[in-house]
Design a binder for this molecule. Sequence first.
Ligand code: ATP
Ligand code: MG
Length: 223
Amino acid sequence: MIILETAGLSRTVDNKILVTDISVKVERGEVVSIVGPSGAGKSSFLRLLNRLDEPTAGTVYLDGLDYKTIPPTQLRRQVGMVLQAPYLFPGTVSENLRFGPKQHGQVLEDSRLHRLLEQVGLPGYADREVTRLSGGEAQRVSLARTLANSPEVLLLDEPTSALDRHAEAEVESLLREIIATEQLTCLIITHNPAQALRFSNRSMRLEAGKLVKFGPVEEVVHV
Ligand SMILES: Nc1ncnc2c1ncn2[C@@H]1O[C@H](COP(=O)(O)OP(=O)(O)OP(=O)(O)O)[C@@H](O)[C@H]1O
Ligand SMILES: [Mg+2]
């Protein structure tokens, strides 16, 4: 079943083409990697998928529904994103995790909060100040924060590339475990061909804003 479909998705800013005419279909529960040279438009493409940026042409269908009919705040919970650098505000881990649900008038129950922290391998971290966390721990809190919204689709923009090698391996295995157990649909940008092979079955290659290849990961990335 197709959960996410882009139809002629494009974005041009001041005559500069960032993304042009990308049409792909992603199955529910599938992990797709996105590869290509720096400046190819990978991040720009991902940002269109949850409307952090607005397409200048084309659209996205989520469960067959044109995403322009979904209120952006709801869309961003359904399509969660984790970036290269952890996105947290000063305060405790629990304050960061509770912030999202609170904005929607919901309360993140203690039991759910502790389960999320366990899931990302940080049991007992609820009252820790985020400024005191290591890079890997902070990235895991970012992930927990995104998971707190129970997203249907998870967008990952080079989620391990800012970490040292040890933390990178830890966060990667954690991500893969969570994606597998939650059967999440996931799009992951990576510069690391071996990582693309470990995460995904299919891969899309972008060059100069265009989709130049989309197919089995072994045919798209070369280690
Ligand atoms: N708001 C913007 N206005 C104009 N140009 C932009 C804007 N955002 C990005 N760009 C340009 O669009 C191109 C694609 O950028 P993007 O960040 O999507 O590339 P990327 O494939 O993610 O690269 P990297 O691998 O380095 O992260 C780049 O040339 C970038 O400078
Ligand atoms: Mg990028």
